[in-house]
Design a protein around this ligand. Structure first.
Ligand SMILES: C[S@@+](CC[C@H](N)C(=O)[O-])C[C@H]1O[C@@H](n2cnc3c(N)ncnc32)[C@H](O)[C@@H]1O
Length: 299
């Protein structure tokens, strides 16, 4: 990449969307937080300049702006979101200046962000081919999705990742120590309402405003969709269970890697072979029976 191109992408990374788009996205710290996240992507997921990355629920482009100077000539960025104004701004201000980026609007319904949406998130197929991305991330998105939507999205993340590719997703996770912190009134949220198994919300009148999940439930979903959690969960500051100096971000982070091949559990492979073996034995017995019958009949 030549120097002027690099400088332009560096300038782009400090661009700030209009304040009405970044309300609730951290205000003045909007771009600082984007840069901090890119450092986290490098550290936890070993993000490389040549990677092809997908930002699900990209909002007004916080991560895209910060990634622009890092992703190189061979790198590529894709982002999609359900908010028309955010995507219009990203297309106009980022896509036109950064040729490696592409943004798409999808009209998915979410009571908190797009209540008039026409597509249901639990059936939505991400608009990309299988095995496309080296890295997929969702920051502060699953904290707004109910179980059926989350499960479909996790399956889609796995589908579009290349084998060996990684995904970084943030959550509000509940485990024993976090529950104790909530009981002691230390955590930022209480998640006192339990509308569905393993799913907890803050506001019954607006369920998708903040959604938490049982940690064990989420970890099981990962193994169901072929994603391996290879590093310890990085717990965030929201629950006040981690020392201030060790906290990376506000929410809990799960980093996982897509299995290289579809793993078949030993019990499954054994049980798949069992009927075949039985069939072979039965066929042998049958042919023996028939030949004995023929011999008897002839005699
Ligand atoms: C708190 S914002 C986070 C934005 C961005 N990921 C970031 O970290 O700066 C949550 C984003 O998720 C998006 N969102 C909510 N439901 C979604 C869905 N089903 N599919 C894609 N994006 C969704 C919202 O429109 C919003 O932009």
């Amino acid at each position: 990449m030549n120097a002027t191109k690099k400088e332009k992408l560096q300038e782009l990374s400090d661009l700030q969307p209009p304040s009405k788009l970044i309300k609730g996205h951290g205000g003045e710290t909007f771009s600082q937080l984007g840069h901090k996240w890119v450092e986290t992507f490098k550290l936890l997921a070993d993000l490389q300049p040549d990677d092809t990355v997908l930002d699900v629920g990209c909002g007004p482009g916080r991560m895209a702006l910060a990634l622009a100077p890092y992703l190189g000539e061979k790198g590529r960025y894709e982002g999609f979101d359900i908010k028309p104004k955010d995507i219009a701004w990203c297309k106009q201000e980022i896509e036109t200046r950064w040729s490696k980026s592409r943004f798409q609007l999808v009209d998915i319904k979410n009571e908190h962000y797009n209540s008039t949406g026409t597509i249901s998130a639990d059936k939505f197929k991400f608009p990309y081919e299988d095995n496309t991305f080296d890295f997929v991330f969702l920051t502060s998105v699953f904290t707004h999705l109910l179980p059926a939507d989350l499960f479909n999205y996790l399956q889609e993340v796995s589908r579009v990742l290349k084998p060996g590719g990684s995904c970084l997703i943030t959550y509000f996770l509940l485990n024993e120590s976090i529950r104790n912190s909530i009981q002691a009134d230390k955590a930022r949220f209480s998640f006192a309402h339990n509308p569905q198994p393993h799913c907890y919300i803050e506001k019954p009148e607006n369920p998708e405003d903040a959604v938490a999940y049982d940690q064990e439930f989420i970890c099981n979903l990962y193994s169901q969709v072929g994603l391996n959690i290879e590093k310890p969960i990085s717990f965030g500051g929201w629950s006040r269970t981690v020392d201030k100096n060790e906290v990376r971000h506000g929410q809990d982070i799960i980093l996982a890697v897509k299995s290289d091949s579809k793993q078949i559990k030993p019990s499954e492979s054994e049980s798949n072979q069992l009927p075949l073996i039985t069939l072979k034995i039965n066929a042998t017995r049958l042919s023996l029976l028939i030949s004995s019958a023929i011999v008897i009949w002839k005699n």
